[in-house]
Design a protein around this ligand. Structure first.
Ligand code: SAH
Length: 398
């Protein structure tokens, strides 16, 4: 085991950690200690050398580690991980009982007491996401703890720390039995295809579960729906099942087309009645404006950052522009579902983006509802950045 390192921290950080703020940043450290081995346990001390909290060293996009406990005597070992996992499973008991949904998050990083790691459940299979080399150093203990507290068919992992949080292309299978390819999971009765060993993204984003349900149950009926940045078209499936007149899915990645067709087919939707377009969304908007196309519902769920041949999109800067274009091709009384998973701005600022875009087009709007992360994506109030998802249902009034 790597030797614990005692570190003095500055007084404002003492207060923050005592109040439950879990992220360790370089700025919190009083002395520039030579931190070498990621995964090392850090004992953080106040100026007088009194114990404040214990955490681990692991370099991520933000921060250099996470607090694990404020109890001086609590050991960080396999049984520590077992306790945290058990608590997390207990919190999600109702998800395991609901047979109409077989894919959800069972452990959500700092929200469940250990930053830098998430675990998702897919119908008996588990997927661990490691966000730093530091937490990955604890792989043996964490996997032993997991296999003690759950019965798993198979285990997969994604190492997301090659270069500032990007995914390392690897064989992601860890142990147990290999999952079918695709593995078909249910979400509120809908079918989705999951590929656990095919790159960074597995097929659907679990944090949008409630938004998909809402689109299906409340907004889609009889509507023409444009789903931009559609990926595997999970939103289009929900809309089609909710009785949409027609869906149009636009994504520039070639692979999205086959996966979209597969998703329609496994839900009994005739894919030939739906439009599936492989194109840059920004080009498509231009085309739609030129042709005078309008939709009753436009879904915007772009990545936080994307670069295509002709366009660079950064949500924190370009979201108002994206909205402006969407407004132009939305029917009067149509709905725009504006979503962002970008953690650099919060809901309040996102609503400012919406106001700015409508001001620019000169249209009126009304916000119908707002969504943030679902219950299984547990967050804590002491770490607001963890609550990254923002989804707003906006009606274009005029
Ligand atoms: N909304 C999706 C998830 C989007 S993931 C869902 O709910 O499942 C981001 C997707 O955006 C990727 O599939 C990527 O190929 C696509 N993308 C990124 N930049 C794009 C662009 N300029 N035009 C079209 N698609 C883009």
């Amino acid at each position: 085991m790597i030797k614990p390192i005692k570190l003095k921290i500055n007084s404002s950080s003492v207060k923050d950690f005592k109040e439950g703020q879990p992220l360790i940043t370089e700025a919190a450290l009083k002395e520039k200690h030579v931190l070498k081995e990621q995964g090392a346990i850090l004992e953080l001390l106040d100026e007088k050398g009194q114990f404040v909290a214990k955490g681990y060293y692991g370099i991520q996009n933000k921060g250099i580690g996470w607090i694990l406990t404020k109890d001086k005597h609590e050991k960080i070992d396999q049984s520590f991980f077992e306790r945290k996992l058990k608590q997390a499973l207990e919190y999600r008991k109702s998800f395991f009982q609901d047979l109409s949904t077989t894919a959800f998050r069972v452990f959500n990083g700092e929200g469940d007491g250990i930053g830098g790691i998430t675990i998702d459940y897919f119908d008996g299979y588990y997927l661990i996401n490691w966000y730093s080399e530091g937490i990955h150093r604890w792989k043996k203990e964490i996997i032993q703890a997991l296999t003690k507290v759950v019965e798993l068919k198979g285990l997969y992992e994604k190492k997301r720390f090659a270069n500032k949080g990007t995914y390392m292309d690897d064989d992601d299978f860890v142990l147990g039995e290999k999952s079918p390819c695709p593995l078909i999971v249910k979400e509120n009765g809908m079918n989705y295809a999951i590929y656990l060993n095919d790159g960074a993204m597995v097929g659907i984003f679990l944090d949008q579960r409630e938004v998909r349900k809402l689109i299906r149950d409340k907004y889609a009926k009889g509507k023409t729906v444009l789903n931009t940045f559609s990926y595997t078209a999970a939103f289009s499936v929900a809309a089609a099942l909710g009785g949409a007149k027609k869906t149009t899915s636009v994504d520039l990645a070639n692979r999205s087309k086959a996966k979209t067709i597969e998703h329609f087919q496994m839900n009994g939707i005739n894919d030939e009645e739906q439009d599936i377009i492989v194109e840059d969304v920004f080009q498509y908007f231009k085309y739609a404006v030129r042709k005078g196309l309008k939709f009753d519902m436009v879904i915007l769920d772009p990545p936080s950052f994307a670069r295509s041949k002709k366009h660079t999109f950064s949500a924190g800067k370009d979201y108002p522009d994206l909205l402006e274009q969407a407004i132009q091709i939305t029917e009067k009384h149509g709905i725009i579902v504006a979503s962002s998973n970008c953690s650099t701005f919060n809901m309040k600022r996102f609503k400012d983006f919406i106001a700015k875009a409508f001001k620019a087009t000169g249209d009126q709007y009304k916000i119908h509802e707002e969504y943030q992360l679902p219950r299984d994506f547990k967050t804590i109030k002491e770490y607001k950045e963890g609550n990254y998802l923002k989804v707003v249902f906006i009606e274009k009034i005029s």
